[in-house]
Design a protein around this ligand. Sequence first.
Ligand SMILES: Cc1cc2nc3c(=O)[nH]c(=O)nc-3n(C[C@H](O)[C@H](O)[C@H](O)COP(=O)(O)OP(=O)(O)OC[C@H]3O[C@@H](n4cnc5c(N)ncnc54)[C@H](O)[C@@H]3O)c2cc1C
Length: 401
Amino acid sequence: MRSYWHAKTLFVPHRLPGRITADVAVIGAGFAGLWFAHMASRRGIRVVVLDAEAPGYGASGRNGGLMTGGLALSPSDAVQQWGEALALNLYHRVVRAQQAIQEAAAQAMGVSDFKQDGCLVLPADETEWQKLKESAAWLARHGFPGGIVSGQDLPQSLKNYWPGGLVYPTDGSWQPMKLVQWLVRAIQSRGGEIYGRTAVRSIQEESGGVEVRTDQGQVAADYAVLAVNASLGRLVPALADAVVPTRGQMLVSEPVDPLPYTWAVSADWGYLYWHQRPDGRIALGGFRNLDIDGEGSDELALNPRIQEELSRWLAERIVGRPVAVDYRWAGIMGFTPDRLPLVGPWTARQLVLAGFNGHGSTNTYMAAEHLMRAMAGDEDWLAPLSPRRFSRTKGDNPCKR
Ligand SMILES: Cc1cc2nc3c(=O)[nH]c(=O)nc-3n(C[C@H](O)[C@H](O)[C@H](O)COP(=O)(O)OP(=O)(O)OC[C@H]3O[C@@H](n4cnc5c(N)ncnc54)[C@H](O)[C@@H]3O)c2cc1C
């Protein structure tokens, strides 16, 4: 099952041809693996990227297309759950990441595929509305962009249902596969190698390096970077509970008249999200909350009940009339128990980049940049992101060096 974004963009590279060597073997060609390979190849590091399917075949080519600069938790919840210092540290990083990504996106795609009109977050209830107001106050206190828009300033179709919302003005929406294509080209132009239909079966550590094993061949490298999203537990069984597969449903409509707003929208605790593409189509996803158990799956399958509810929402709440749906698909997100990603060494030679909790458009860049800089010795590992926080085994923790 392919997505709307995959049409005309999915490129399946050759399989790994046998045994090769590299400085770093990157496993997984989604945003996380590709950003890391991009940054590493820019530093002259020889990278080989392996994907079980193709670049962007996973969540990076199946998402809602919202380019959001925040974290997996709202500022209000992030401060409460992670503490002020970590929330602020990560927020500064993700704002910088968003600026860098916007520069890349401007090169990777034209205006027909990249809109920066902001994202409006609409509350499900009074509790979330209060949290949005607290978040707006926190953003203002720290000089980050974002503010409350009152109900009376919303267009009628929104104010009928919501009391107001929080606007993140630097967010936007895009065709995510255009970014994937751009990253692939950039990595290859510096000699990085990318192989598709090459599932990694195991990683062996030996004589100061790793051997990454596939059915087609092996990569001998100094390090392996595991950027396989919710499949992490297959390669590292001890981390199976640390990144939990969580399915999301998406649809794209036929082109419709322009909506009375240009924001991308995230509503009702982020369980619904939509935006209008420049060609008039509406990309809408979510409603995972209607079948939490059913969507706790890594099977790429449509959920008929959720798809039906999405169609109803599209017609009744967004467009105001029946609308044809041209594309439907599902994708798999990786959720972590504390809503922080896993970034850093699992062992001295195996480094993890995973668990983006449905917020990978900018958080993958932030994580890849941190991993790259920390590996190069430019900064310390952020201990709260260490994959070892989920380790049930005792041992040397490279994050505490
Ligand atoms: C329906 C949906 C909607 C979303 N909407 C948004 C949104 O609007 N905005 C936003 O910011 N984020 C959104 N996300 C989340 C975002 O897409 C992800 O956080 C991000 O794409 C994760 O990137 P990744 O590189 O970690 O994973 P992926 O893109 O999934 O890449 C992992 C890759 O690893 C490969 N792989 C797995 N196992 C192996 C193996 N053993 N060997 C080799 N390769 C392997 C896979 O084939 C895959 O290509 C959404 C996700 C979904 C599913």
